[in-house]
Design a protein around this ligand. Structure first.
Ligand code: PRP
Ligand code: URA
Length: 219
């Protein structure tokens, strides 16, 4: 798995990490394909999320832990902080199982946001977070970073809840969304599988993959 490959246009933003492993690239191409139905789409989204998790968690701090093997006692490791996944509803839910396949102990917080189709502004409708979220390593997950409004609102909400160890993970990012998120939250690393060309006049990512929520849930 490679990381740290910056899209040329984004090269000044050191906290944008494109996880462009060949397996992720090929699965993402299948995901984009308009003939991929919602069952296949869900499977691919989970598989890509699982593969990306390896890279997104690369710098999670660990601490020593005594382990007794069948032979003797030795020093092993455990994650220094608990992990909380925060899928942005709805489409972020489509990545949860893939991430949980790796981070089996993670707790889940939910943030419900949808974009107003005219203004493209995020509209919050649901929030439920673990009580001790501020002490944990938080991964916000959402397949799409378009204008950046939803990610920005989610991260602002989490910071107000006291979260300091925070990263954002998506599949497809638009340059506009990266710029907007970085402008307000330059401390939050953005992990994506691809940076696409641009937004169209309706705020959709081009070439993108269409409406992620509709494709995950078959609506
Ligand atoms: C999609 C996507 C993001 C948001 C990205 O959700 O899952 O949350 O759009 O767009 P932005 O960067 O311009 O805010 P949507 O609002 O369509 O809701 P849904 O997941 O319920 O379909
Ligand atoms: N939300 C989506 O689901 N797709 C886009 O292209 C933009 C926002």
């Amino acid at each position: 798995m490679r990381s740290g490959n910056l899209c040329p246009d984004m090269s000044e933003l050191s906290n944008v990490i494109v996880v462009d492993h060949p397996i992720i690239r090929t699965k993402l191409s299948e995901l984009r394909d308009y003939t991929t139905d919602h069952r296949e789409f869900r499977d691919l989204l989970d598989e890509i999320a699982m593969l990306m998790t390896y890279e997104v968690t690369r710098d999670f701090p660990t601490r020593p832990k005594i382990v007794r093997t069948p032979m003797e006692q030795t020093t092993g490791y455990e994650l220094a902080r608990k992990v909380t996944l925060v899928p942005v509803l709805r489409a972020g839910l489509g990545m949860s199982d893939g991430v949980l396949a790796i981070l089996t102990d993670a707790r889940i917080g939910h943030l419900g946001l949808y974009r107003n189709e005219t203004t493209l502004e995020p509209v919050p409708y649901y929030q439920k977070l673990p009580g001790d979220i501020a002490d944990t390593e938080v991964m916000v997950i959402d397949p799409m970073l378009a204008t950046g409004g939803s990610a920005l609102a989610a991260i602002t909400y989490l910071k107000k809840a006291g979260v300091t160890n925070l990263r954002f993970m998506c599949l497809v990012a638009a340059p506009e969304g990266i710029q907007a998120l970085h402008h307000v939250h330059p401390d939050v690393p953005i992990y994506c599988a691809a940076i696409d060309r641009e937004l169209n006049d309706k705020g959709y990512i081009m070439p993108g993959l269409g409406d992620a929520g509709d494709r995950v849930f078959g609506t």
